[in-house]
Design a protein around this ligand. Structure first.
Ligand SMILES: NC(=O)c1ccc[n+]([C@@H]2O[C@H](COP(=O)([O-])OP(=O)(O)OC[C@H]3O[C@@H](n4cnc5c(N)ncnc54)[C@H](O)[C@@H]3O)[C@@H](O)[C@H]2O)c1
Length: 370
């Protein structure tokens, strides 16, 4: 037996149905000798009974606070905004390493309680590549909403309505196929989609959704670094029906599209899905909108002088549209690292995460450590 107990928190963020552990990964951890405690959760996409069925111990919500100090607390999103010092090792996305507003209060709770944060966003292999990320399902969900919005705009005058999480991919793809058929009946042809960043995680998810929705291969235009090297704005974007931006932005690059390039009678483009969602980044290569949209109100219109209408989807939590598959994929990628937790202080992937935590703690202003 490993002697290690993992405790899965119930997420407290509204509408967060994803889960850091799935019944499948829980079973693998139990088989490896870990004790796994799962907080009951009304929001999680997996039923409590699915965890019970694989042999996990179910415990009431919020009991992580009183768990013995050597239990490792697993979660996905932020903890509730409170102030008490944290005594456990926490594995989660804490969003406090990039000078986000209030980062000092979030981070300082760990050193004040002698706890440790091992942040999932910065869990990287020896080449610096993330061990587990949600990109694939972000692109998959973004392309699905883009296709639905394309069809909606052809058949309705009001903006594309709010959407809620799907129980599974099959249900989403059925809806997208129906929408495409309605749109194609209006235009007489299948939509043409240009995906930039097509070789990455988000981009490959976007391409896969298009294929599974039945878009012919010739209508799925896949661009990555080689194709954008010539520098934008690109007329190929304007000539497509849908543009899905999936790049990882790390420097200033020429815009892919701008107001001037949109102002032409040749424009077919009616939907942009900015999966990268660098909305407030001054280097955003899609500078034709300024707000992050949400599942409640998925689109924002772009001020264009000519028909057709153009709208942007800029949701920054797209994988939540498919909580089951997104959790399964993320969980499978995370599992090998979780299986090494029994000796985590001597395992490079966790050592790197702890070193980063200590480095960030060292930058905390003194007044936060009292
Ligand atoms: N909206 C959401 O819900 C959501 C969810 C997950 C990730 N993201 C964001 O999506 C972005 C991409 O993430 P990822 O995991 O797919 O990254 P990734 O590194 O796997 O892929 C990025 C791809 O973009 C390409 N690329 C970079 N610069 C380019 C350029 N100038 N021209 C053409 N291609 C270029 C790269 O070659 C690579 O293939 C990140 O900014 C990430 O934060 C958004």
């Amino acid at each position: 037996m490993s002697g290690i107990t993992l405790h899965l928190r119930s997420e407290c963020k509204a509408l967060e149905h994803r889960s850091a552990l799935t019944p499948t990964t829980t079973k693998a951890l139990l088989d490896a000798g870990y004790t796994v405690r799962i907080e009951r959760s009304p929001e999680r996409i997996f039923d409590d009974a699915e965890f019970e069925a694989v042999g996990a111990t179910l415990v009431p919500e919020n009991t992580w606070r009183e768990a013995p100090a050597d239990h490792i607390i697993l979660g996905l999103k932020e903890l509730p905004e409170e102030d008490f010092p944290l005594k456990h090792v926490h594995i989660q996305f804490a969003h406090c390493y990039k000078n986000q507003g209030g980062w000092e209060s979030v981070l300082s709770r760990f050193p004040r309680g002698n706890g440790t944060l091992l942040d999932l966003e910065f869990l990287v292999d020896e080449r610096g590549r993330r061990v587990a990320a949600y990109g694939f399902h972000a692109g998959f969900a973004g392309a699905a909403l883009a296709l639905e919005n394309w069809a909606w705009q052809l058949t309705h005058s009001e903006p594309f309505p709010g959407v809620t999480a799907y129980p599974n991919e099959t249900a989403l793809i059925a809806d997208v196929r129906k929408a495409i058929a309605e749109g194609a009946a209006k235009t007489g042809s299948q939509p043409r989609i240009l995906v930039i960043g097509a070789l990455g995680r988000c981009g490959s998810g976007a391409v896969e959704l298009c294929r599974r929705a039945g878009i012919p291969e010739d209508n799925i235009v896949k661009w990555d670094m080689a194709e954008t090297a010539k520098g934008g704005p690109f007329k190929e974007i304007i000539e497509s029906d849908i543009f899905v931006n999936c790049i990882y932005l790390n420097s200033k690059i020429p815009s892919f599209v701008d107001y001037e390039s949109l102002d032409t009678a040749d424009r077919k483009l009616s939907v942009i899905c900015d999966v990268s969602a660098d909305t407030t980044n001054p280097n955003n290569p899609v500078p034709v909108y300024t707000v992050a949209t949400t599942f409640d109100k998925p689109t924002v219109p772009v001020e264009v002088k000519q028909e057709p209408k153009l709208s942007v989807i800029s949701i920054d939590h797209l994988p939540s549209l498919l909580p089951r598959e997104a959790s399964e994929a993320f969980g499978n990628d995370l599992l090998p690292s979780l299986l090494e937790l029994k000796d985590w202080k001597n395992v490079p992937v966790w050592q790197r995460a702890e070193k980063l935590f200590q480095d960030k703690v060292a930058t905390l202003p003194k007044e936060y450590l009292q």
